[in-house]
Design a protein around this ligand. Sequence first.
Ligand code: BYC
Length: 309
Amino acid sequence: MSTQQERFDQCIKQDSFIEPKDWMPDAYRKTLIRQIGQHGHSEVVGMLPEGNWITRAPTLKRKAVLLAKVQDEAGHGLYLYSAAETLGADRDDMMQKLIDGKMKYSSIFNYPTLTWADVAAIGWLVDGAAIVNQVALCRTSYGPYARAMVRICKEESFHQRQGFEAMMQLANGTEEQKQMAQDAVNRFWWPALMMFGPSDDNSPNSAQSMFWKIKLFSNDELRQKFIDNTVPQVHQLGLTVPDPKVKWNESTQHYEFGEINWDEFNAVIAGKGPCNQERLAARRKAWEDGQWVRESAAVYAQKQTAKVA
Ligand code: BYC
């Protein structure tokens, strides 16, 4: 075994961070670029379903909060693309792969936001699921990814709380508003569980990623944690979980739950979800419309460099 490999293995074993200039196996680099790139794309595509409601937010306060949240998601995308660049990834290439359907983004953003309650449900359930996954990633083995996660988690916590508060207002509102809240939970509950990825026995990347401590907990462990956190919140809102099998198990100290529709999950990640085409078309248009901005910025940067030289 090479000294470089030994040093890398030692670093992983001791829970130290691997930094951009450190030697790392090619497959470790490739896995990180895949995961961080997809994570960045999820943040950026994730702006679309919520952005859809900025002009229709019910009050000025809700509009201001939603604007700030969507802007935060753009920022998360930027930290993540920057982290991927430290591994040698090229941002234009990642973007091209996203719009060509060659790189994935989170399945959850392929579902439509039909009512205002869906925006509340995204804040509460989707950001809630994201936090469970991302808090674990604050100790992931690659330094720049872990550090990006610390700030992202702080912002996601605010997002989750505002989503819960918006949901609480609906759940305690008129009968119609309460029904709207329940309908959003019914439609977003299962897709939120799918965010954690396939079950452990069907997750091709998990074993290696856990060995390298890129992932510290398995998909099923994190999904269970989210369910244990969230079921009491649904009850607190006076709503119901759309799964008749949800039941507290005293001996395991966890909630039991029903079977996830993996056919639906596989269809969505294969590009056949309700909004996949619409999401990619929106990203493609934004990329093409922004061409002149990228060109101008590049010319400006060249001029600045020439001045310094
Ligand atoms: N959606 O072997 P597996 C947010 C893919 S955004 C789509 O378990 P892995 C927010 C997976 O990529 C939060 N694809 O993979 C933003 C793999 O395909 P490839 C986003 C999925 O990587 C705006 C294949 O299925 N969070 O918070 O070990 C507003 C097999 O899976 C999904 C992150 O990205 C999925 N749900 O584990 C509001 C967190 N699940 O690449 C909120 C970082 C799996 O082999 N990522 N796939 O073709 C991770 O923690 C891991 O990548 C995953 C999957 C747990 C998602």
